[in-house]
Design a protein around this ligand. Sequence first.
Ligand code: SF4
Length: 341
Amino acid sequence: MTENAATTDRVGITATVPIEVLYAAGRRPLDLNNVFIEGPSGDDIHVAESAGFPVNCCAWIKGLYGAARRLGIREVVGVAQGDCSNTHALMEIWADERLRIYDFEYPYPPSPSDLDAELQRFCVAWGTSRRRAEEVKRELDEVRAVLRRIDDLTWQTGQVSGQENHLWLIGASDFGGDPPAYGRRARDFAAEAARRPPRDSRLRLGFLGIPPICQGLYELLEAARAPVVFNEFQRQFAMLPESHSLSEQYLQYTYPYGVAPRIADIRQEVSRRRIDGLIHYVQSFCFRHIQDRLIRQAAGVPVLTLEYDRPGPLDGRSRTRLEAFLEMLDLRRAQQTTDQA
Ligand code: SF4
């Protein structure tokens, strides 16, 4: 996503919502998270704090606010159920500033009939039909199949790096406002990656939680030959598991439904991708930090928790902790090999 893209017709989104409905209505979603993290993110946070957002508020919320201001976004979809209370407060601020606010609610607990009704309501709010939204879903499924191929090339052969995987999957939250173009770029990339030689690695890691606000993590792990072969939320945002309808697709999505579906997904992928260890990224002042204990208990492999507040490079302390974690995983793997012999 570039800032140069025309943004006047863009609808800002603060989290994953049924973008199929927006495309069906002839609108173009713009994931403000991507705009924030790819832009002058420190400036966006400063704008939010100057507008009254407290220092001890999650930096992503301030970034969303600053990014929307920077791009002059006038319409926003927020998740009223299934994201976080910080988003609710952000929507109240935007409403006060005369932005047009739309909401989407993921039912809790997850319920096919409630989700179906909510999708219907969302279609009506955007002046489109469920039938048209389902057609768009099938069009996007073709792009998602290419992204699945990119994901497979990450964990099956190592031909795609953890960071490339992260970027391609996270970009699918809005498909760059132009799904056919995104699909063409993804196809070209997958074809190029498939020509690379397969790579062996020292260790295989998974990345859990919201995308990292810090920079340099993937590069450090690549250099240590311990690549990320599973990006949990990025894979969720890209909606890679196959589905036959919008309600099935958005019920499979684990993010809005509490920690239990996440843990089931993590355990399945740890086993399928033969993962040695997990890095759980937590954002300062985020409620998801509380769930860290439950994830560590259930993951089945060692977990290193990393916390950051603001954008910036990995600090020395985190580098040391990551290196010690990798050494511990080396020892654990050697012990497992001895035990099996
Ligand atoms: S990081 Fe946590 S607190 Fe911040 S917007 Fe995301 S869910 Fe909300």
